[in-house]
Design a protein around this ligand. Structure first.
Ligand SMILES: [Zn+2]
Length: 537
């Protein structure tokens, strides 16, 4: 027997073999069981998700010689002929190649005649949105008064191009894109049944490249098998897709988290040697950042590749949420910019440097140690890993800003404003802290007084987060007490406001005194807009 491509060979032959579309399968099997069939079905969804497969399955289910069934027998002539695409009462049309009204008329000419062999005369029109306006009108006439022995199965990737008059006469089913996890599992199961040896690490890359289409996934799997001379091998798959091993991508993010330019440069060089498709690499980075952010928010979330969970969770601990978002944004823009770079290589290097230099350092307790652990675990997973010697280098040169986390500082020696500046707060926490004055700072406690105007910010959550930030900074547990006062207090925020006001007033005076300004005012009969004058910071 000649070689049959996997996508064709593994096309679902029964409803229970249809992957990832249980909402539709349930509805169709119910309709078949109760024999309440509609005369026109519309299957929508992106390419390769199984629209025509499902339509053919339905055609088989209504025409099986054993009776209308949810499990076509696969034995009778009708079933076999439908499977082989030569059943006389299943009329398949690719609307993309037959758009003219004459074609549609010719097609519908025989509608009124009873089916030759089957129970239903089934018209399967693929890419139905390609029909011309006149063709739709011809079709509509039949849809309005269909003979009872006719069933229309329409399929399209673009239902919005269908006239509403046609849409309203069809029962519409939208097929979902296949989740990568499901594609991954399906590929593994097919390979096992085909008795083809495979490296399971290779499958997630194929699943990702298929972008939700099972047909594309199976075509890629076919290619991968021929690249691997009968087997599915990770390196061959990576080369075929222009990807790099995800371990390199993770190592890049680890190097960023460890603030290590040496490490980052080393990995970039390695990626350059692999001659990878840089846009693919950036898209990998985006995927990984998304999963890190997802785990930071919802630790129980399902991942594309569960074996990465440990590594990603740890990365999520040593890069703060804001930085992950920033990395993502930079990578997203970098993906667009790389086309304008003198070479993809320079574009990518610049992107990495931007991520390294334009993001605040993570404020977690002991980032370097976490990185060490992470990488250790990674190296257990796969062979080509960072050497312990190089890791040592990262640990020996921890980023300067993270020093306080290692030593234990005493709060007593510092005033509140200095403390705020050191711990680098942002958002509501910063506003909260800068509107406080310190009433008492001891070695184990901090007692603050907050301006009443900012009292709404004093939520339990904000107080807890501020306490955490202080605990992290001083590397010891501190009790934090915050009282509210209606009195005017000299908080850092108030002092700053006064300072700016003073500067602005000085600037007004300087401008008013200026001879040139005076002559301009006179010449043009102008006035000065005091509010527009701001002192330079
Ligand atoms: Zn049958």
């Amino acid at each position: 027997m000649s070689h049959q491509v996997l996508a064709r060979k593994w096309r679902p032959k029964q409803f229970n073999e249809v992957m990832g579309q249980s909402h539709i399968v349930d509805a169709l099997t119910h309709a078949l069981n109760t024999q309440r069939l509609h005369h026109a079905y519309l299957f929508t969804g992106t390419r390769g998700v199984g629209k025509t497969s499902l339509a053919r399955l339905l055609a088989k289910a209504v025409n099986c010689e054993q009776g209308i069934t949810t499990t076509p027998c696969e034995q009778c002539t009708s079933c076999i002929e439908i499977s082989q695409g030569r059943f006389v009462d299943l009329i398949e049309v690719d609307a993309a190649s037959r758009t003219k009204v004459e074609d549609t008329r010719e097609l519908l000419d025989n509608v009124q005649y009873a089916p030759t062999r089957g129970r239903y005369k089934v018209y399967l029109i693929d890419e139905v949105h390609m029909l011309s306006g006149h063709s739709f009108n011809a079709l509509l006439k039949t849809l309005e008064e269909p003979p009872s022995h006719v069933m229309f199965l329409l399929a399209t990737t673009d239902p919005q191009k269908l006239p509403v008059t046609v849409l309203s006469r069809c029962l519409q089913f939208h097929l979902k894109n296949m989740p990568e996890m499901l594609i991954n599992q399906h590929l593994a199961s097919i390979l096992s049944q085909e008795k083809i040896a495979f490296e399971s690490e290779a499958l997630p890359y194929i699943a990702q490249a298929a972008k939700g289409s099972m047909r594309d996934a199976l075509s890629l799997l076919d290619q991968a098998i021929s690249h691997g001379q009968g087997n599915v091998i990770l390196d061959k798959v990576l080369a075929m897709l222009g990807c790099i091993d995800q371990q390199h991508t993770i190592a890049l993010i680890q190097a960023l988290a460890a603030n290590s330019p040496e490490k980052l440069f080393e990995i970039c060089q390695k990626i350059a040697e692999l001659a990878a498709d840089y846009q693919q690499v950036i898209s990998d980075i985006l995927h990984i950042l998304t999963e890190i952010a997802l785990l930071q928010t919802l630790p129980s979330a399902t991942l594309r590749d569960e074996t990465q969970r440990g590594v990603l969770l740890q990365l999520g601990e040593c890069i703060n949420k804001e930085t992950v978002q920033l990395y993502y944004q930079i990578a997203l823009l970098g993906n667009k910019d790389i086309a304008y770079a003198p070479s993809a290589n320079t574009g990518f290097m610049m992107l990495m440097l931007r991520m390294l230099n334009f993001t605040p350092q993570s404020k977690s307790t002991q980032p370097s140690n976490v990185i060490l652990k992470t990488t250790d675990q990674t190296s257990k997973n796969r062979a080509s890993k960072l050497s312990a010697e190089k890791l040592g280098k990262i640990i020996q040169n921890p980023p300067k800003q993270q020093k306080p986390a290692v030593e234990t500082l005493s709060p007593v020696a510092q005033d509140w404003e200095t403390i705020i500046n050191q711990i680098q707060l942002s958002g509501p926490l910063k506003i909260l802290a800068t509107h406080c004055i310190a009433k008492e700072i001891t070695d184990s406690s901090i007692h603050l007084i907050l301006e009443t105007s900012q009292a709404p910010l004093l939520t339990e959550r904000n107080k807890m987060r501020l306490n955490e930030a202080l605990t992290t900074y001083f590397n010891k547990s501190l009790s934090l007490k915050i009282d509210i006062t209606a009195d005017e207090i000299a908080s850092p925020a108030t002092l700053l406001k006064q300072k700016i006001q003073l500067k602005n007033e000085q600037a007004h005076k300087n401008i008013e005194k200026d001879q040139n300004v005076q002559s301009i005012l006179k010449e043009f009969n102008a006035t000065i807009d005091i509010n527009a004058i701001k002192a330079k910071e």
